[in-house]
Design a protein around this ligand. Structure first.
Ligand code: 9MR
Ligand code: 9MR
Length: 579
């Protein structure tokens, strides 16, 4: 051991005993130290007292210290783990594990004996409360067809846009009862993302995830106060918010035949203008099998979730949903392979998917559960659990089967449960090979949502196995999203010390308010599209680090309803643990 190490060890000893190693000068320097999120990465929202608490160091330090921000004094010191290089991020990090320290307060991590210090962060049992609420409220702030008044929106108040009470049947969507040019009403819903269009496929996984959140955490959801116009009715605010989208969603079904339009959209993306300025004509475009199967699945799930609700309004809605689901299923059976093809005059999001086997499985699983009719043998054969996404929906069916309590489904329940838990185990194993301890090994458009969806699978596995062994991995996923990632950003707008300021979101770009609309998860790093900004902005060539907080970077800095949903689920699950 060299002299320096001996001094350091003595220092740790003193730190532990007197909680105060270091000179007055160092304490002063640390009290004033700028945030160094290049060298030390932390979860910027903070850590629950009993959680596994890990920060990451991108420095060669023998000791890291936890300092109390109000006194500048050390409260804890330890050695970081071994450095590990990650070829997906191109950097080397060492874990700084301070799980043993659990006293609530506000702290920073500093490299021993220096004023190289992390962003301040809290340890407390309420660290995820405001951010959960913010993540849910972002849906309210992205509502179509309603004014956001100052009482509910604060500085993000805005006029109503897109009433969608006069939507044109596009040529591709024409039917005998509704020839091209017919005008229908399809109001409400959430804007999909940074654009103002409303897409059934993407709304489907979003609705499902939020319904699942309510189904798994009912008490917690009832305790959420969102300050939305419906807050004073007798329905939980989370459900009220969901109903804003679900009621629109139901209008996307052609009542004549049960087929569901793929999307409600402008012909092309408008510029960065406010909703009320964006008055180009709106169309419903082409019925598709993917949209119709997804719709059948979600409405069947909504039926199960609301069928026995204390609210009569919700029970009535449940019946409407089941009828809509049955009609959709009939249409899909008669039209099993109508793949969405973008019409020549339409250039907005396609959400096109050439493989419908997962949508079919999901729809069959949900409709069987809703009707209590057990599918024949071999139903699950060939189905595997994967990370859910708008075009990968089989796992959603597995989750519903695994969590259901109907004894006649016991066989399917066990099978689905096995698939999900072994997938969750595989994810946890993957994370052990990743220096950042996430389970992701490739970075797609919306990579943050893949991290959040994997966390959701692990949380479902916790419920299925009644075991907390997945929790450190869930925590690592959350840490990644909230700052412990190669970019140093907390990927949720309005939260954390360093968060996106220039999101690809039309209202945020056009409202004249410097801060973006809060509570949104940005898509995050990937190298799928590198030329979204012209002239180009700086982007790492490493996929896990390739992110730019630039408005033009729609491939890394857009927001989307399907990305926020697993974030809400993950944050809410963590926040519910304090109760
Ligand atoms: O704003 C659009 C965003 O919502 C989409 O995700 C993205 C990819 O389809 O496209 C964005 O629109 C851009 C268009 O594709 C190309 N011209 C510039 C548009 C706005 O930046
Ligand atoms: O999230 C979608 C991503 O998986 C696709 O690769 C990408 C290009 O097709 O489109 C993304 O979805 C966008 C949609 O098409 C339009 N609204 C914004 C969505 C998020 O960028």
């Amino acid at each position: 051991m060299n002299i320096r190490k001996i001094t350091l060890s003595l220092c740790i000893l003193t730190t532990l005993v007197t909680a105060g190693c270091g000179s007055k000068a160092l304490i002063k320097a640390r009290l004033e130290a700028p945030v160094n999120s290049e060298t030390i990465l932390v979860n910027q929202a903070g850590y629950l007292p009993d959680a596994t608490k890990v920060a990451l160091l991108r420095a060669d330090a023998d000791i890291f210290e936890l300092i109390d921000v109000t006194t500048g004094r050390n409260v804890y010191a330890a050695q970081p783990g071994e450095p590990q290089y990650w070829d997906l991020s191109g950097d080397t990090v060492r874990p700084a594990d301070f799980s043993a320290f659990s006293k609530p307060g506000t702290y920073r991590i500093c490299l021993e004996g220096t004023d190289v210090c992390s962003a301040p962060f809290r340890i407390g049992d309420d660290v995820y409360s405001e951010i959960t609420r913010g993540a849910v409220r972002s849906y309210f702030l992205n509502r179509s067809g309603i004014e956001i008044t100052e009482g509910f929106g604060g500085k993000w108040a805005r006029a109503a846009g897109h009433p969608d009470t006069a939507v044109i049947i596009h040529t591709s969507a024409a039917s005998a009862g509704r020839p091209a040019g017919t005008v229908i009403s399809s109001p409400g819903g959430w804007y999909d993302a940074g654009d103002y269009n409303k897409y059934i496929v993407n709304s489907s996984i979003t609705n499902y995830t939020l319904l699942l959140f309510y189904q798994m955490f009912p008490e917690y959801c009832r305790s959420l106060n969102l300050n939305i116009p419906e807050s004073n009715n007798d329905i939980p605010d989370l459900v009220d918010e969901l109903l804003w989208n679900l009621r629109w969603y139901l209008t996307m079904q052609d009542p004549a035949d049960g087929g569901v339009y793929h999307k409600l959209t402008n012909l092309f993306f408008c510029g960065f203008i406010m909703p009320d300025q964006a008055t180009d004509p709106r169309y419903v475009v082409m019925k598709s099998t993917a949209a119709t199967l997804d719709f059948a699945a979600v409405t069947a799930m909504a039926y199960r979730v609301f069928a026995n609700d204390p609210s009569e309004e919700l029970r009535t809605l449940a019946t409407t949903c089941l009828e809509a689901s049955d009609k959709a299923m009939k249409w899909a059976e008669a039209h099993p392979d109508i793949i969405y093809i973008q019409p020549a005059d339409v250039s907005t999001g396609a959400y096109g998917d050439g493989n419908l086997s997962d949508e079919l499985f999901w729809a069959k699983a949900e409709t069987s559960l809703a009707h209590g009719t057990v599918p024949g043998p071999g139903f699950i054969a060939g189905v595997s659990a994967v990370t859910p996404s708008w075009n990968q929906s089989a796992t959603l069916g597995l989750i519903s089967l695994a969590l259901n309590g109907d004894e006649s489904f016991a066989g399917l329940r066990d099978e689905a449960s096995r698939l999900l838990t072994s997938y969750a185990d595989e994810l946890v194993n993957n994370s052990l090979n990743c220096p950042y301890r996430i389970s992701l090994d490739s970075f797609a458009w919306g990579s943050t949502s893949d991290v959040a969806n994997q966390a959701m699978i692990k949380i479902v596995a916790m419920k299925l196995t009644d075991s907390v062994r997945y929790l450190p991995s869930v925590q690592a996923d959350l840490n990644w999203l909230l700052g412990t990632n190669p970019t140093g950003y907390c990927f949720v707008t309005g939260f954390g010390t360093l968060s996106p300021m220039h999101i690809h979101h039309r209202p945020s770009g056009a409202d004249g308010v410097p801060e973006p609309v809060p509570g949104f998860l940005v898509g995050g790093p990937n190298t799928v599209v590198m030329n979204d900004c012209q002239p180009p902005v700086e982007r790492s060539t490493f996929p896990a680090k390739s992110y730019s907080d630039a408005e033009c970077s729609y491939s890394t800095n857009e927001i989307a309803i399907n990305w926020n949903a697993p974030l809400v689920f993950l944050l809410g699950a963590m926040d519910s643990m304090r109760q």
